[in-house]
Write a protein that binds this ligand. Structure first.
Ligand code: NAD
Length: 498
């Protein structure tokens, strides 16, 4: 069995022992076997991580921007060279297929590239002669020790949304990854050290809520970036902001795809299948509800059924697999329960994935594609985030009714519309209450130089992830007003005109 321990001050912490004495199991989702034990931090390890980050901040905050950027360029090259290794660790612990894991690393790299160009974003503004000989400069400075807490479903990408921008801005960072998939974060930290990130600037603390709460309560932590489920996002936002920390907390999702009858239904079905079942539905940008308007309904359901049945499910390490297992047995069983209860709550169960298994790997966390049609909006399958390969279809008579359904959902992460009608698409963009919108694009994950974040119960706090919003989140503004008198004109040093 492998052991994964914390990374503090530029090296493994605890010499393969867990100072708190607590370990958690990491399972290979394809076999169901525990392959690794991960150290779970208590207050002592959290304190050590904060102390290391605080000590490093003293010099990192004033290190030249050119140096920080040179390190990030080296880091980008090392990550690029090790894409396969990072992806393999993701597949082994999270379960997603290798191609999907590689795509995850690619999306994370986008943010490292963004951080490489941070010089432009960090330059301030100056106004000269706002009054006689008075200049005003606005600058942005780092916050200090920043914490990032991330979920299991993107073990590399979500931490790469956070720490490259945070450290490029001059902060030091403690990443608390999900203990279900902890190994990729250690490789990311090792490569950062190889690229020249000084000891203590990037630290990895493994653990569960004990570790998170110790960081949220620590007086030397200035800010917290969180991504995970809505109940935990709400908790993190409340607890950290109560002690005066800056917080951004992204939560869960229930993303709707509205399909109008004039849409290209083949393209819409392809998109729905890829966005609902890709990564076994364990994506915050997954489409979990299709709202089919009028005549689109029956035609779409038959096309989705035909396509979904062809998806090849198997271990993520097998290049022939298009969809892998779910992360844990418990999560797989929760997902299956929603399908089990759907018919009694009024849905037509068109595809039922509960019986699926892979020969020879019967202990893996397998679940086939499930498709629930005519789902009621008061049913459990509609109201809750299922986070598995279960697609709900809700029927609506008109565009107006469909938008009302989307906007009635408490989650507001992303939505999409499929149509050939530009006016309807434009109306949807303006009327829908989600933070990200796709037009004939099912998963509108914004490019790195824009920003990522939802509305309503999908995000707490004012700042979105990456893009220029990350610069605002990871720095604070300062405005300097200066007066330099001309000694030739005054005796006292204060110009006579003032
Ligand atoms: P989770 O909320 O269970 O865990 C997220 C992180 O919080 C983990 O590091 C975990 O160790 C920690 N944690 C768990 N319980 C805690 C508690 N009570 N107190 C403090 N910390 C706690 O989420 P998950 O199951 O790992 O990930 C799936 C969820 O993440 C889904 O809801 C998904 O929609 C969401 N997600 C959202 C986005 C987004 O950008 N909005 C992106 C990816 C995933």
């Amino acid at each position: 069995m492998r052991t994964v321990t914390h990374w503090i001050g530029g090296k493994p912490f605890g010499d393969a022992s867990s100072p708190s004495g607590t370990w958690g199991p990491v399972t290979d989702p394809a076999t169901g076997e525990v392959t690794t034990r991960v150290a779970l931090a208590g207050a002592e390890e959290a304190g050590a991580a904060v102390a290391a980050a605080k000590a490093a901040y003293a010099t990192w905050r004033t290190s030249p921007l050119t140096r920080r950027i040179a390190i990030l360029f080296r880091y980008r090259a090392l990550l690029d060279a090790r894409r396969d290794d990072i992806a393999a660790l993701i597949t082994a612990e999270q379960g997603k297929v290798h191609a999907d894991a590689l795509a995850e690393v690619g999306r994370g790299l986008e943010i490292v590239e963004l951080a490489c160009g941070l010089g432009m974003a960090l330059k301030g503004d100056t106004s000269t002669e706002v009054s006689s000989r008075v200049d005003v400069a606005s600058i942005r400075q780092p916050l200090g020790v920043v914490v990032g807490v991330s979920p299991f479903n993107f073990p590399a990408m979500i931490s790469m949304w956070m720490f490259p921008m945070a450290i490029a801005c001059g902060n030091t960072f403690i990443h608390k990854p999900s203990s279900k998939a902890p190994s990729a974060s250690i490789l990311l930290a090792e490569l950062a050290a190889e690229a020249g990130v000084p000891d203590g600037v990037l630290n990895i603390l493994h653990g569960d809520e004990v570790a998170v709460n110790a960081l949220l309560d620590h007086p030397d932590v200035a800010a917290v970036s969180f991504v995970g489920s809505t109940p935990v996002a709400r908790h993190v936002y409340g607890r950290a902001s109560a002690s005066g920390k800056r917080v951004q907390a992204l939560g869960g999702a229930k993303n709707h795809m509205l399909v109008l009858p004039d849409a290209d239904l083949d393209a819409a079905a392809d998109a729905a299948v890829a966005a609902a079942y890709g990564s076994a539905g364990q994506r915050c940008m997954a489409i979990s509800v299709v709202v089919a308007v009028g005549a689109a309904g029956d035609a779409l359901v038959s096309r989705i059924t035909e396509r979904a049945a062809k998806i090849k499910i198997g271990p993520g390490s097998d290049p022939a697999s298009e969809m892998g297992p779910l992360v844990t047995r418990a999560h797989r069983d929760e997902v299956a329960d929603y399908v089990a209860g759907a018919a009694a709550q009024g849905a037509d169960v068109v595809l039922d994935g509960r019986g699926f298994t892979v020969e020879g790997l019967e202990n893996g966390h397998w679940m086939g594609m499930s498709l629930l049609d005519k789902v009621r909006t008061d049913s459990d399958a509609y109201r809750n985030e299922i986070f598995g390969p279960v697609l709900c279809v809700v029927r609506a008579e008109t565009y107006e009714e469909a938008v009302e359904i989307v906007n009635g959902c408490p989650y507001g992460n992303a939505s999409a519309i499929f149509t050939r009608d530009g006016a309807a698409a434009r109306r949807f963009q303006l009327e829908v209450e989600t933070g990200m919108v796709g037009v004939n694009v099912p998963m509108p994950v914004p490019a790195g130089y824009h920003s990522f974040g939802g509305w309503k119960d999908s995000a707490f706090g004012d700042h979105r992830m990456y893009g220029s919003e990350a610069v605002h989140f990871y720095t604070r503004g300062k405005v300097i007003t200066s007066l330099w008198p001309d000694p030739a004109e005054t005796v006292t040093g204060v110009p006579a005109s003032r």
